[in-house]
Ligand binder design. Structure first.
Ligand code: 13P
Length: 322
């Protein structure tokens, strides 16, 4: 999942989110449109050179390509690992107005066993923390860290690799410093809960946000500033973690890639790569829709973003021969 020069494609938007993205580009949000869009992504020629795994949602894992193969099988046959998002979304956290808790723990072990039987190799759970002047609260951080750890332990019992995603949102006008401080607090809580549940860190991929200023902050940090602040926060993580795969979080695709390349110049004990959603697929969705659902147009746009991000995380010794 974190092999050199490859990242993880997040194509696991919920039915609701994927439907609204399709509607935005003028496509009726049917189950078959969502299926056809994901088929276009998975069958992109050469995609496995830069992508080690694809995260799907439950709906896609139960769908088939036009040739009848289930998505998990087609993904493996293309040289990638299939994974599945298993949280059921961030819901209002009772007692903490303005904050959320990510749900989906009830019946999780049985669902994980089912996904493993369907061929999934890994799973993903996203928790969401929002920054304001006085949020996130310690209570929300602790509750979300606890849920992430219960999920990770259940994954390891089911034989699936957990991707642990505690996302500190870019929403707001906060500074990069404030993002660093909150991200560090969140990581400390998540690591403490993972340890409390006996999760084997060598089998965990952490999917964090990069440390960036809020989307409404007037000053945009340079890739070097983002890289330094991000790696600084990550230094507190255990050295035996399997890897770190960043989410893009709403950064525009070029900025996410530039930040990733700058981060990669720092030496860390674990491999650093990408697990982008929007920064990989937005251009592909736009091109696919604008061309009347041309597979080639969508795949060319995806291949461009995959190649750029794969180059950003390719070790220097491999770059010389690429
Ligand atoms: P973005 O890269 O669009 O933030 O998506 C990553 C993801 O998996 C969100 O859960």
């Amino acid at each position: 999942m974190v092999s050199p020069g490859r990242g993880i494609l997040a194509a696991d938007e919920s039915i609701k989110t994927m439907s609204s993205r399709l509607e935005k580009v003028g496509i009726a949000p049917t189950a078959d449109a969502r299926r056809a869009y994901r088929e276009m992504l998975v069958t992109t020629p050469g995609i496995a050179e830069g992508i080690s795994g694809i995260i799907f949602c439950d709906e896609t894992l139960n769908q088939q390509l036009s040739d009848g193969r289930p998505f998990a099988q087609a993904t493996r046959e293309a040289g990638m690992l299939p994974g599945v998002k298993v949280d059921t979304g961030a819901k209002p956290l009772a007692g903490r107005p303005g904050e959320t808790i990510t749900e989906g723990l009830d019946g999780l072990s049985a669902r994980l066993a089912g996904y493993a039987a369907q061929g999934a190799a890994f799973a993903k759970w996203r928790a969401v923390l929002r920054i304001t002047d006085d949020l996130p609260s310690t209570t929300a951080i602790r509750a979300n860290a606890h849920a992430l750890a219960r999920y990770a332990a259940a994954c390891q019992e089911a034989g699936l690799v957990p991707i642990v995603e505690p996302e500190v949102l870019m929403d707001g006008d906060h500074t990069l410093r404030r993002c660093a401080e909150v991200t560090a607090r969140v990581h400390a809580a998540v690591m403490a809960e993972l340890a409390a549940f006996g999760v084997d860190m060598a089998g965990v991929v952490l999917k964090p946000n990069m440390v960036v200023e809020g989307a409404d902050h007037p000053h945009r940090a340079t890739p070097e500033e983002v890289a330094e602040a991000t790696v600084d926060v990550l230094r507190a993580l255990p050295g035996d973690l399997a890897g770190v795969a960043f989410l893009s979080g709403g950064q525009d695709p070029a900025r996410a890639t530039a930040n990733l390349a700058a981060i990669q110049l720092h030496h860390t004990p674990w491999p650093l790569t990408f697990s982008f959603g929007r920064a990989l697929v937005d251009p592909a969705l736009t091109a696919w829709a604008a061309s009347g659902r041309s597979t080639v147009a969508g795949q060319e746009a995806l291949a461009d973003r995959v190649a750029a991000n794969s180059a950003a995380v390719r070790p220097r010794e491999l770059q010389a021969t690429a």
